[in-house]
Design a protein around this ligand. Sequence first.
Ligand SMILES: NC(=O)CC[C@H](N)C(=O)O
Length: 277
Amino acid sequence: MGVRSLVLTGYGINCEMETAYASELAGAEATIAHINDVIDGKYDLEDYHILNFPGGFSYGDDLGSGKAFANKLLYARTPSGPMIEQILRFIEDGKLIIGICNGFQILVKMGLLPGFDGNYKEQTCTVFYNDKGFRDAWVYLKLNPASKCVFTRGIERMYLPIRHGEGKFIPGDKSVLDRLWRNGHVVMQYADEGYRPTMEFPMNPNGSVDAIAGICDETGRVFGLMPHPEAFNHITNHPHYARLCQEHRRKGEPLPEEGDGIRIWRNAVEYAREKLV
Ligand SMILES: NC(=O)CC[C@H](N)C(=O)O
């Protein structure tokens, strides 16, 4: 049996195709499912190993990005009980969840991230309006070596696209922020070209506290980030592709075809193959 990846969509989520494609490039079998079909019981989370919450504009970002979709997941009932119970069981079973951009906003607003002490239903952080409005650009990311995140194992730095208006990560208070650092929840920070974390715009595109761009839960198996790794699936996505080609030709080194973002799903698929399949 192979690794199966479920990609949710519906209500204005718009990155499901690229997210499914990223899963497949990494060796998983991907299925795109409308959230209502999951709630109706047409898809069973039990059949999957990786659950993806892609980016987009669910419910038009009304009430704050991701809030309405988060509430839908918290309060919807499936034929076999509350939807949230199935999601909690998915985590308990040792499986993997990733939320990207709007997906990250949904996970934070549900309380699934950071999910302190396994309490996945209490919101302790938020993702708020960027300091300087909507931004569409590529960002340098410094990975936290102390993070427990399964999806980013062995990755020290990344260069990925962002496109959001509400990406400013804010912990509820200082004790929440301390705890995020102390227990390895912080996965990645916005950085300058030398990969030093920064609060400076535009390298830090939104003003996130401590330049935080992505966090995970205590298990390292629930992960969310504002940047879009699925959108760097091939080297031609890179904004300086032509320059990279020239540089590599000069050095006589082949340019890798796969985009760096796929490493996130490669880690997930490898973990699932080892532990879940
Ligand atoms: N690209 C996205 O997923 C956008 C996220 C969200 N709708 C925002 O603008 O903040």
